[in-house]
Design a protein around this ligand. Sequence first.
Ligand SMILES: [Zn+2]
Length: 473
Amino acid sequence: MGKQSLMKRQGLTAWIALVAMALMPLSAIAQTQIKLHSNKYSVQDDVQLGRRAAQEVEQQYPLMRDGDIQGYVERVGRRLANAIPSQFQHSEFQYTFRVVNARDINAFALPGGPMFVNRGMIEAAKTEGEMAGVMAHEISHVALRHGTAQATKGQKYGLLAGIAGIAGTILTGNEGVGQLAQAPFAVYVLKFSREYETEADVLGAQIMARAGYDPRDLANMFRTIEQQGGGGGGFLSDHPSPSDRYARINREAQMLQVNAGARDSREFQSIQQRLRGYGRAPSMQEIAQSGQRYPTGENTNYPGNGNRPNGRVEYPSTRYQSVSIFNGGVQVSVPSNWRQINDGSSVWFAPEGAYGQLNGQAVYTHGASFGVAQTNNRNLQSATQELINNLAQGNGNLRTSGGAQRTTIDGRNAIASYLTNVNEATGRSENIRLITTQLRNGQVLYMVAVVPQGERNFEPAFNNMLRSVRIND
Ligand SMILES: [Zn+2]
């Protein structure tokens, strides 16, 4: 074949390709198409669940109140939210951006739009694009409604179970918050499947490009996090492997056209400088252990909205729902008319009217809670005594009544201790049953059942719950 005809042939092929590209927008033939997962929740459910959870977050984490920093992060966030492809825009969603004064390199977003960006993440990012990358990833989880899509797949309480374990428990005070309970936002951040994480990376890259950022900056952020040794409890944990994600994002980036809009890196640098001026931020774990709460002013964020328990309490339903708590470490069946309340590092289950708030403290008249505590004793009996002593420190009227009994939880040795107390909210005497057992790592898992003296209707529910407990440690 002569040289000339070869050139002609190449020319024709190139021409055909060019025509094909002209007929279809570049993005349509190139970028990965993402589909929404089936979701039995309404868009409004996302909004409400996220709003409720955001209130908890705002109470449990110190937010930065620096107008410059807040304004800057909001501008970047807004630019990204505006770049969400129209098929994933929900007019009901409100994307909001708050900065948490925490050191860990992390960020998370709640259903319906509230996003929390750790100060540590902003400080660690090398460029505004890297910071925007993490935010675009989180925005994508929200836009794709991953929270409720995941809950649709089976975790009945998936979203409500969210924020386990931050402020010190009312039982163990500031010390010994259990490992299991120490994974804040686990449900929101860590429990998404590999598939969802990849989707959030891919859509995140697409949003980046549409907003005028280089999508490869999202991939670069994984490198940055690894370099800083921040892979631990942060953005990377339990996601697909960072190198897989790095490659996947860069592959997507090759197919994307970055919209115009150069970013002012000086502003990013001046914000970083301003953050450094605040001195060392606490880690999430330190915040957890400080036991401090951070009320945001007008909101009293407890379920019951700052009210005392109102005393109108339904009997426990005879229908039960299986609930997974502590990152799946414990499974328990709970009367279906009880609500789950994540209170510090313990998780409460109580009916409406049986919980509320008094002097900034959560109070319960009827219900059961679960918690994990680190004690100084490895022997269950002494560990239990230590727990009771801790409990007595915060409750002056607490008395033991009757001896402890041996029992079992999920086939393990357990101790049932019987106590009495005077309820702070009602002034009524109440009975408390404390059940303790040991986890493999030596920590104590406990269940506390509380009911006013003389009310017998709750005993069967407590017993059913106890029998249903499955421990996965
Ligand atoms: Zn994610």
